[in-house]
Design a protein around this ligand. Structure first.
Ligand SMILES: [Zn+2]
Ligand SMILES: [Zn+2]
Length: 239
């Protein structure tokens, strides 16, 4: 029963609520969202993962798909132009291969372009987070680094920072030992402050192994704060 000056919350069968006052006019529309797992959100966000790469129960995953927080798509799809890999975007038909699949018991096509990350085929499902995003809180002193760059390094570093801020492309080309890695640190710091995510890609495992502890030490503040879920340094390498 409505009373003067009292707001009433009416929920429909979709879980949406209309906030009404005495006259019944709508003041504000809001929805009551089902809860979700921050751990699953943190694991999936920004990625396309296969089932074996998701260390959560099938029930939890199914619940999130039902509530619209996770999407499930076939890894390889076919259309007018032929096959397309949903994970790596490959459309080169020479990089697809059709084989008698024991999982779906029929001829099944997989992507050879990203096979090093695990086989994505027509019957393999890819999962992606489609729910709420993660809000990052980056501290001012995110980079703990006291080394001074040389004049040449500083110049290159400033250019990389400028490229980050301008969403531009920039190539630093220098000989081994010139200090290219150090040039990146201020740029990574600038990108973090701008709310961006950083991907460092290298074809060499030894570089990953060498760089990983350095970055974790320099940007340790990111991982040690529970108030910043989702902010972490992850190193992945496969041969
Ligand atoms: Zn692919
Ligand atoms: Zn199959």
């Amino acid at each position: 029963m409505e009373q003067k000056g009292i707001r009433e919350l009416k929920a429909n069968d979709k879980g949406e609520c209309n906030l009404t006052r005495n006259g019944g006019f709508s003041l504000k529309k809001m929805s009551i969202s089902p809860p979700y797992s921050p751990e699953l959100q943190n694991h999936l966000i920004g990625k396309h993962l296969l089932a074996f790469e998701i260390p959560f129960s099938q029930e939890l995953l199914a619940e999130h798909i039902k509530n619209g927080y996770v999407s499930e798509t076939c890894g390889v799809q076919s259309g007018n132009g032929g096959y397309r890999c949903v994970r790596c975007g490959n459309k080169d038909q020479t990089l697809f291969y059709t084989f008698p699949c024991k999982i779906c018991n029929q001829d099944c096509t997989y992507c050879r372009s990203c096979i090093m990350m695990g086989r994505v085929s027509e019957c393999a499902k890819l999962y992606r987070w489609t729910g709420p995003g993660i809000q990052f809180k980056i501290p001012d002193n995110v980079l703990r680094w006291a080394v001074t760059l040389s004049a040449g390094q500083q110049n290159a570093s400033d250019c990389v920072v400028e490229a980050i801020n301008g969403k531009d492309e920039f190539l630093v080309w220098a000989v081994c030992g010139a200090g290219k890695t150090e040039i990146l640190f201020p740029a990574i710091e600038a990108a973090l402050h701008a709310g961006k995510r950083i991907c460092l890609a290298t074809p060499r495992t030894d570089v990953v192994l060498e760089l990983s502890p350095r970055l974790k030490k320099l940007f340790l503040a990111l991982e040690s704060r529970p108030s910043m879920p989702g902010v972490k340094i992850a190193m992945v390498f496969r041969h």
